[in-house]
Design a protein around this ligand. Structure first.
Ligand SMILES: [Fe+2]
Length: 243
C-alpha cells in the first residue's frame, strides 16, 4: 500500500517530536503493509523558499536515517497546504506538490467551512497542470451538511482523499457516516492515514480498507490504497476513468 498523507517528519508540525518517534511511526506503517509513504507536513501560512528549504532539510535527515534503519520503506516528500488564493503560484517549490513531476497537490480546508471562490481556485490549479487532492472533506462541517460540495470539488478537477480513521470511527459517527456516504457515491479516490504518531492517528490502513471493501467491494477498496496512490506518486496523468 501507498500512503500519500502522513505527518511523519520530526519536529515540524503536530507530528512526531523527534526522529526516534518518526522512525517508530515508519516501523508501524511498514509492518501494517505500507511500502511507500509521502511525508506531508502542514503548510498553514503560505509557503516560501525558506520554509521549503527547512522542510527539505528535515526530510533529508529523516530519509538518511530511514535508509539505515528501514531501507525497505520508501519515503517521498510533499506537504499538506492550507487552502488560500494562488496555490498555483507556489507550485514551483519542491515541497508544494506530492509525488514525482510535481503534478499533484494536497490541499486542506478548515474543518468548519469551505471558503467562497474555492471552485475558481481549484479550477485555476487544475488548469495550471496540477491536480488538487482535497484532504479529508468528510471531516468538514460544511461538506457534511451539503455533500454536493464534494461533487463540486470533483467537477473542478479535484481528487478526494479520505482519512482511514474517518471510516473506522476515529472521528465519531457523523464523520463515519459521511465517509460511507462518499464511498457509496464513488466520490473517493484515495484513502490515506493522515497519521501524526503511533498513538495519535496511527498509520495503519488495513482496517479502513476492510471497511471500504464492505461498501464498494475488495477490488475497488484496494484501488484506493494501491493503484490510485501509485498514479499520484509516480506523477502519471489522471484520467477520469480511474475514478
Ligand atoms: Fe494531515
Amino acid at each position: 500500500m501507498i500512503d500519500i498523507h502522513t505527518h511523519i517528519l520530526p519536529d515540524l508540525d503536530d507530528g512526531p517530536d523527534n526522529i526516534e518517534e518518526s522512525l517508530a511511526l515508519a516501523r508501524v506503517a511498514f509492518e501494517a503493509g505500507t511500502k511507500m509513504l509521502v511525508a506531508t507536513p502542514h503548510v498553514l501560512n503560505g509557503l516560501d523558499m525558506n520554509q521549503s528549504m527547512q522542510i527539505v532539510k528535515r526530510f533529508n535527515q529523516f530519509k538518511a536515517r530511514l535508509k539505515q534503519d528501514l531501507p525497505e520503506l520508501e519515503l517521498m516528500l510533499g506537504s499538506e497546504i492550507y487552502f488560500r488564493p494562488d496555490l498555483a503560484g507556489i507550485a514551483h517549490l519542491d515541497v508544494a506538490t506530492i509525488g514525482a513531476k510535481g503534478r499533484y497537490m494536497l490541499v486542506e480546508f478548515s474543518l468548519v467551512d469551505i471558503p467562497k471562490g474555492f471552485d475558481r481556485e481549484l479550477k485555476n490549479i487544475r488548469s495550471s497542470g496540477i491536480v488538487p487532492i482535497i484532504a479529508h472533506p468528510e471531516r468538514n462541517a460544511a461538506a457534511i451538511k451539503r455533500p454536493a460540495l464534494v461533487r463540486q470539488m470533483m467537477d473542478c478537477g479535484a481528487l478526494i482523499q479520505m482519512n482511514a480513521g474517518s471510516l473506522t470511527g476515529s472521528f465519531g459517527r457523523t464523520v463515519r457516516n459521511m465517509a460511507r456516504n462518499l464511498l457509496k457515491r464513488g466520490w473517493v479516490h484515495v484513502i490515506a492515514s493522515d497519521s501524526h504518531g503511533i498513538n495519535h492517528r496511527g498509520p495503519g490502513l488495513q482496517a479502513a480498507v476492510s471497511a471500504a471493501a464492505e461498501i464498494i467491494g475488495a477490488a475497488n477498496a484496494r484501488r484506493l490504497v494501491v493503484e490510485n496512490p501509485r498514479i499520484i506518486v509516480e506523477g502519471l496523468p489522471w484520467t477520469d476513468n480511474k475514478v
